[in-house]
Design a protein around this ligand. Structure first.
Ligand SMILES: *Cc1c(COP(=O)(O)O)cnc(C)c1O
Length: 370
């Protein structure tokens, strides 16, 4: 569809490709990479990025649901795709199989359902077993994992392709990472004792990839860092942000001191001011909590949001700046020496860069750039 409103996000193919290569190069060559592209590639657009991930060294792709996996299959992606979420209802195992999506098994109940589905289909089904070592989300305990592995080893219709766990604190607490790793190792030792071969054990998200090489096992599972955002906040040297977000000034006025701006009249101009209106608001995913807090770049300088973020517009103070209707405005990205990141917006909105990116709505066209 043609875009008439000058608000768009640019997705740098070059930055994403370079980030994938860099992440891959941090591990030994024998460690595989699963590129995590859930939530439409953290809001960046998974269909465009999946082929780039594979081309630049990822062996497989992680998504959260069957829907996300099917979207990639329909876009022509042929690499292995793991569904990271638990499948429910269990009849979805057959759907996953139909689209060659690898399911996660997170309970003995699910393992049995998968075995039945495989028996019905008269062909072996592969899966990854999820172990909860401290995240408290989905997964079986290490003891239950060991029982499932023993049970699955006797069933030719089931192929354990992977066993994985997820860290709760890799960005903030290395001691708890160690404790989770220890639990995970118990499962690995058991799998070896059963003589199970070719199972990929994997655990490392972006934070673990960057900080804890002993978490790598057979594969890493980074998401955020592939988009050039550090899980620790801010930037990470050697990685480049993939997404930038732009708009243009569509309206400009001078207001007298004392003039109030936007809903609730929460802002009043302290002096005669130049106020620019931008065609972007919370319906585009700009957090309303950044009202009277956030800023954008105009002419290479930070200009503050004045008044409440509205559904379709924000107003910014451009007093003393060179600014004209039609001028380019950067919401996320660089303008000369100045820059704003998803983490800046996260700080203003009291959230994380993960959420800022995922929230950029469908209404904002993603434009692929070099
Ligand atoms: C989201 C997710 C990842 C990637 O996490 P990042 O912090 O973005 O690197 C890895 N594994 C699982 C199971 C996930 O849900």
């Amino acid at each position: 569809m043609t875009n008439y409103r000058p608000t768009w996000a640019e997705i740098s193919r070059g930055a994403f490709a370079a980030n994938v290569r860099r992440a891959k190069s941090m591990t030994g060559r024998h460690v595989e990479m699963m590129a995590v592209l859930k939530a439409d590639g953290y809001g960046h657009g998974a269909e465009a990025l999946a082929p780039l991930a594979i081309k630049n060294g990822a062996a497989s792709i992680g998504v959260s649901s069957i829907e996300e996996g099917v979207a990639l299959r329909n876009a022509g992606v042929r690499a292995p795709i793991l569904i990271l979420g638990g499948l429910f209802p269990l009849k979805n195992f057959s759907v996953a199989q139909e689209f060659h999506l690898i399911p996660t098994v997170a309970s003995f109940f699910a393992a049995r359902a998968l075995a039945r589905a495989a028996a019905e289909a008269k062909r072996p089904f592969g899966f990854h077993l999820k172990v909860d070592t401290g995240m408290g989300r989905i997964g079986v305990s290490p003891d239950e994992a060991n029982r499932i592995l023993s049970w699955a080893a006797r069933r030719p219709q089931l192929e354990v392709e992977g066993v994985y766990t997820h860290f709760a604190t890799a960005d903030v607490d290395g001691r708890f990472v160690r404790r989770q790793l220890k639990q995970f190792s118990r499962v690995k030792i058991h799998a070896v004792s059963l003589g199970l071969k070719g199972i990929a054990f994997h655990a490392a998200n972006s934070a673990a990839l960057l900080r804890y090489p002993d978490t790598y096992h057979e594969a890493i599972r980074p998401g955020l860092i592939l988009y050039g955002l550090s899980p620790f906040g801010g930037s990470e040297s050697g990685f480049r942000p993939v997404l930038s977000w732009h708009t243009r000034i569509v309206f400009l006025k001078t207001v007298a001191a004392g003039t109030a701006i936007s809903y609730g009249r929460t802002f009043r101009a302290a002096r005669r001011s130049r106020i620019a209106t931008l065609p972007v608001g919370y319906a585009d995913g700009l957090p309303r909590r950044a009202s009277n807090k956030g800023a954008v770049l105009v002419g290479g300088r930070r200009c503050p949001i004045v008044g409440r973020v509205t559904m379709d517009h924000i107003m910014v103070d451009v007093t003393g700046r060179s600014a004209a209707v039609g001028d380019a405005v950067t919401i996320i990205g660089e303008q000369g020496p100045a820059s704003l990141s998803a983490w800046d917006w996260a700080a203003w909105a009291g959230t994380s860069a993960y959420e800022i990116c995922c929230q950029i709505s469908k209404r904002v066209p993603r434009v692929l750039v070099a």
